[in-house]
Write a protein that binds this ligand. Sequence first.
Ligand code: TRP
Ligand code: ZN
Length: 518
Amino acid sequence: MVALLCGSVLFACAAPAQPVALDSHRTPDGSQPGSAATSPPAPPESASTSSPEPSTSANEQPATSEQASTTAASGAVSRSTSVGDRRYPRLGSADLDVDHYKVALRYDADGVAFTGRITVAGQFVNATDQLALDNAGPTVTAVTDGAGELAFQQSDDELLISLGSVAPAGSTFAVTVDFASAVPASGSFLERAGLFRNETGPGVWSVNEPDGTSTWLPVNDHPTDKATWRFAVTVPEGLSAISNGELEGTTRDDATASSTWTWDQNEPMASYLVLLLVGEYETEDGGRSSTGVDIESAAETEDVADLDNYTAIVDRQMEYFTELFGTYPFERYGLALADSASGLAMETQGKPLFSRQDLDGSVGYFQHLLLAHEMAHQWFGDAVSPATWDDIWLNEGWATYAEWMWLEREGLSTLEEQAEQSLAGTAHRGGPVSRPHELFGDVTYDGGAAVLHALRLTIGDEAFFDGARAWVTDHMDSAASTDDFQATMEEASGRDLDTFFETWVHAATRPDMFPATA
Ligand code: TRP
Ligand code: ZN
């Protein structure tokens, strides 16, 4: 059984090289908040305010944007360059609440370099004279707002835009940033997140969790700030572009021998769930699922026929997970096949991404596992996103648990066996499930799923699945924490779960036996 050999860590399956590098390379525990210490020269208007950074203590105590706004209510001017995520202190700004990103990208003839323009619109959460976006790759050439050009600096993976005066908390903004980026020629998705070149033909694909989007777009790159998105992607003759949401249209420009593909994601989406594919893509209308969801997939021309082999499975999974977790959270669903190496699987919102080498038309254990896992993420991860990256088990534990339930239903393995194996493999190592040593290691996946199984045995099936559905409804289109999850499960079960969460979720090691059934 594949999952037992590779520990169900999806992308560790195909490439046993530790996926850990993804996280530990870039954000060793205990590092200082990325650029929180870097402040641009204060403009005259705010000469007396010395950039109070609400997140400097964030290494220990992740600050929520609510906490940050309390700080600013004292009259200080905030210049936040972090939302205080312990694992990724460089990400986000506690001063911003983005509502909408309007993105235009223009790819060059080879499809590996592009120029872009992004309009970022939203409200300031705190009074501030600076708008800070995460920007760990693009070269910015100009920033404007309705009134004209704005001064900016690029440093430490941040784009710091000077507003010229103090914008009060609650006021709105809309800035437009022009930039240029190139798609790196090197690096695997096991080592970094962001944009990658196609394996075999012209084009690119992206996988952005957790911090990849800001390596190619200036954004507020943290799941606590969801927004709607619009991508207009201009590609040379012969290529096409795929993104999240609805394909609004395709226009051709004969003069430049290019076409523009416009995608509209009008449901709030975390930045790490952005999908972008450029290549010889076609969309495939998969009709409507039996649960009433529009199905539209995308694959390169030579792979389109492979999609048909998964239509029936996707339909049955949608029905099954809808029954367990509640109504499918988005308007549409579909599969996207990237020209990547094997082992890629990512729950990009409404249209999860797989490698064409894994969904190659064959239907077996591994395909069932991948399809179940990424679909379940639409409820756990996409509709409800992690409040901090330490809460990742709420994504991966649930997706893995859903995978086990599906595999059992298909007669491909038993839940009992998966749970026992996973607990045995993870109970005594890897750190707490709520603060795992490796972000995408098997404590997060198998350990997280084993904890969910232990919870189910503790509170019983009815409370467990009632709680699962309440979790999704209560936190839909937003981000929630492990403490929020405990509260939901306490409410669903009518029980105090402090001891359970202490023992199974927060402790450095876990019991090696499951509790007796409720
Ligand atoms: N969330 C992905 C999954 O479904 C795993 C993942 C996280 C990932 N970061 C990635 C995959 C980067 C590829 C590249 O399990
Ligand atoms: Zn996953």
